[in-house]
Design a protein around this ligand. Structure first.
Ligand SMILES: Nc1nc2c(ncn2[C@@H]2O[C@H](COP(=O)(O)OP(=O)(O)OP(=O)(O)O)[C@@H](O)[C@H]2O)c(=O)[nH]1
Ligand SMILES: [Mg+2]
Length: 304
């Protein structure tokens, strides 16, 4: 550990990154860490369980807790996702609420805002609100939303950002660090996340499926890693199963002459190679598990 880290002014703590599905929570964490650790997709409910993104600097260690998007659950998996987002709020030192500037006040946003009130008001947990995706709207519109937010949240820090363009991310980071308690780093300096490569690989395969498949199929997909063999420093062999809820979905995931699963495999392999820095051999198969999202045992078996 470097000298700086034992200084009395060092700060370290947990930032719960919360918001409705698809507002850009995981994108923001990947951008701040300058490394992709979390799956991201244009579809809601990409993140299914908590994941830490650990950013260590000379003055602070910021432990971002990526959470599943807050929504009204319709099955056991959804319930677990929402419970895990709420647990992150409870355990964090400070809260970072992400809103999508192109659609900032949906009923889901409002429900979440209500749910965090006891923490921000009674427990006085600091709240920062990042208005994300400002690249999608005019600066007049940004100012208008900020004015509205100031009325609702008189004490929160409000920061307009664009995660994909990297706009205002340093300002946001500096603000968050000020909210953290004085403490030595809580994790080793070189640790980026709490998930294993194996878990992240499963998420990257699901991410590829979310990106490539249309229709209703993607939400009913889970990925199970059957074998993850490292072949020295430079390579890994991965066998994985894509779990779907119906026979008809299996046919869609495989595609004509296996064209779809091939596409998913290529994209997933490239992402896993980028994440691990290893050459990856990826072997995918598809299996039907009816109603897995409602089955407690299957959910456990799949790591949820
Ligand atoms: N235009 C624009 N798109 C963004 C920005 N940040 C994220 N996105 C896009 O928004 C989509 C959702 O991003 P995610 O990071 O997966 O969102 P999330 O909040 O983690 O979603 P869940 O895990 O489903 O809760 C992706 O297509 C991102 O590329 C931004 O600043 N500008
Ligand atoms: Mg996410």
């Amino acid at each position: 550990m470097s000298e700086n880290h034992i200084q009395k002014t060092y700060r370290s703590g947990f930032v719960a990154v919360i918001g409705r599905p698809n507002v850009g929570k995981s994108t923001l964490i990947n951008m701040l860490l300058k490394q992709k650790i979390a799956a991201v997709s244009p579809r809601p409910q990409t993140t299914r369980k908590q994941q830490l993104g650990i950013l260590t600097t000379e003055t602070a260690q910021v432990i971002f807790v990526d959470t599943p998007g807050f929504h009204k659950p319709r099955h056991k998996l959804g319930e677990k996702m929402v419970t895990s987002a709420l647990a992150a709020i409870e355990n964090a030192d400070t809260l970072l609420l992400i809103l999508d500037a192109s659609n900032p006040f949906t009923p889901e946003d409002e429900l979440l805002i209500q749910r965090i009130q006891p923490f921000t008001q009674e427990q006085q947990k600091p709240l920062t609100i990042a208005l994300n995706k400002i690249d999608l709207i005019t600066s007049e519109k940004v100012n208008q939303i900020l004015e509205q937010l100031k009325i609702i949240f008189s004490t929160a820090n409000l920061i307009p950002i664009s995660s994909t363009r990297g706009e205002n991310l340093n300002i946001l980071l500096d603000q968050l660090i000020l909210q953290l308690p004085m403490s030595e780093p809580l994790y080793p300096e070189d640790q980026l996340t709490d998930l294993s490569e194996r878990d992240i690989a499963a998420d990257l395969i699901r991410e590829a499926a979310l990106n490539i498949l249309r229709d209703e199929v993607p939400h009913g997909i889970a990925v199970r890693i059957d074998q993850y063999q490292e072949k020295g420093e430079g390579a890994a062999v991965i066998f994985a199963t894509i779990i779907v809820e119906r026979e008809s979905h299996k046919a869609i995931v495989i595609g004509a002459n296996g064209s779809m699963i091939k596409k998913i495999g290529i994209q997933a392999r490239q992402e896993i190679e980028a994440m691990t820095g290893r050459k990856v051999f990826l072997n995918l198969k598809v299996k039907v598990q009816k109603n897995w999202r409602k089955d407690e045992n299957l959910l456990k078996w799949l790591g949820y």
